[in-house]
Every structure is written in structure tokens, then in C-alpha cells.
Design a protein around this ligand. Structure first.
Ligand SMILES: C[S@@+](CC[C@H](N)C(=O)[O-])C[C@H]1O[C@@H](n2cnc3c(N)ncnc32)[C@H](O)[C@@H]1O
Length: 211
């Protein structure tokens, strides 16, 4: 948690009634306490939903599905005939995600692709309005480079965990993941044709807009 725990709880308390029941159910049925932390929480989820609703995208790409929490949040803003493609390398998680999508009205708009995102992305033939990067942290820069030309002008690239529990500042030599994220953030800072801002929600979201 990047921001003060009490403030986070205060905000969460104010928005807790906004969490749709299909998202509440994801947490109810999957109870591996350690893994569940990988999933977006209500605050991050509502933020992703808000961004998507503002953008009203035709095409969204998500890298890292897990149980589909963020997938469903992002789907909430899709155009009626829009498409969200989500890539996941773990078959077990895909089975869970399918169950979670099935009961929602977004099911018809979501396509899950199985495989390593590094191999899957080059085959995609869409121009995306939003890309959400939330898979293995060491490959963030690779994902960014692979998707950049597939993002529309004024399109958004949203990257999760860019503050990595604060290690990025307090403990930046801690491990290879911290080093990768730091390298990613520094590279993005120098990138041309974009503007970016890190929002300290949960583990840090970098919102990048393509000019
Ligand atoms: C942090 S979780 C995603 C959480 C989800 N986006 C959410 O907020 O609810 C990361 C997911 O990325 C998947 N993943 C990791 N490396 C991957 C890769 N190279 N290709 C595809 N999926 C990958 C993991 O299996 C895991 O399910």
C-alpha cells in the first residue's frame, strides 16, 4: 500500500457500495489468500472502470488476466460492439476467468487468448484505445514496445505496480523486479510522443497517453 492505510480505508469505505456483484463474487469463490493479492481491488477497479467509461473504447487489450477482475472493470466502458482481448499464460486462471465472465453481460465482448503475451501480441491485428499491462514485471518494457504501434493516437497505456510496494524509492536495489520497474519508469520518462503520470493508487498506476 503506497498511501496511508487509514486514508485508503476511508476512501474504500466511501466507494464500497459501487462494487458490482459480479466482482464481489470473484473474491467469494476464489480463496487462495496469497494469490488473491495479485488481483485489482475495488478502488483500483473503480478507477479502471471510470477511465474506460470516459474513453468509451472499441478495442481494449489486457496483458495478465488472472481471475478477470480488471478485465470486467475495463469492460464496463466498452462500446456495445467493442472487444476486450485479455492474454493469460496460466490455463487454470483462464478456467476461473471464464466462469467469472459467463454470468455478466460483457461475456460476449471478451476474448481470452492463452499463451505467453510476448508471443501473442505480435499476432494481434487491432488498434487499441486502451492497453492494460499487468503481467510479469520484468517484461513491462518489452510489452510497451510490442504494443506501442498498435495503440491509437490519444490511446491509453495503463501499467500496474509501477511503485512496487514503495521499493522503487525505499529499496531500489532490493531485487530484479524492482530494478526492472525502475528501469521501465526511467525509460518511459524519456520516451517521445507520450505523456505519462503515475497515480499512487494501490501499487501505483502509470497512465500513459500516446500523442
Ligand atoms: C497481477 S496478475 C493480473 C491481475 C489482473 N489484471 C487483475 O488486476 O485482476 C498477473 C497475471 O499475469 C499472468 N502472466 C504473467 N506473465 C505472463 C505472460 N508472459 N504472458 C501472459 N500472462 C502472464 C499471470 O499468470 C497472472 O495471472
Amino acid at each position: 500500500m503506497i498511501i496511508n492505510n487509514k486514508i485508503y480505508k476511508y476512501i474504500n469505505n466511501l466507494i464500497k457500495n459501487y462494487e458490482p456483484v459480479y466482482l464481489k463474487n470473484i473474491k467469494k469463490y476464489y480463496n487462495n489468500k496469497k494469490n488473491i493479492k495479485m488481483m485489482s481491488d475495488n478502488l483500483q477497479g473503480r478507477f479502471l472502470s471510470l477511465i474506460s467509461r470516459l474513453k468509451n473504447p472499441k478495442y481494449i487489450l489486457e496483458i495478465g488476466t488472472f481471475l478477470g477482475y480488471s478485465t470486467l472493470c475495463l469492460s464496463e466502458g466498452l462500446k456495445q460492439n467493442g472487444l476486450l482481448i485479455t492474454i493469460e499464460k496460466n490455463k487454470k486462471y483462464i478456467e476461473y476467468a471464464k466462469i467469472n465472465f459467463k454470468t455478466t453481460k460483457y461475456n460476449k465482448n471478451i476474448k481470452i487468448l492463452y499463451g505467453n503475451a510476448l508471443n501473442v501480441i505480435p499476432k494481434l491485428k487491432y488498434n487499441f484505445d486502451i492497453v492494460f499491462i499487468d503481467a510479469d514485471k520484468k517484461n513491462y518494457l518489452n510489452y510497451f514496445k510490442l504494443i506501442f504501434n498498435k495503440v491509437k493516437r490519444n490511446g491509453l497505456i495503463i501499467c500496474d505496480n509501477v511503485l512496487w510496494k514503495g521499493n522503487i524509492i525505499y529499496n531500489y536495489n532490493k531485487d530484479n523486479i524492482t530494478k526492472s520497474i525502475k528501469h521501465f519508469n526511467n525509460t518511459i520518462k524519456k520516451y517521445k510522443n507520450i505523456n505519462s503520470i503515475i497515480i499512487p493508487i494501490r501499487d501505483g498506476l502509470n497512465i500513459i497517453i500516446k500523442n
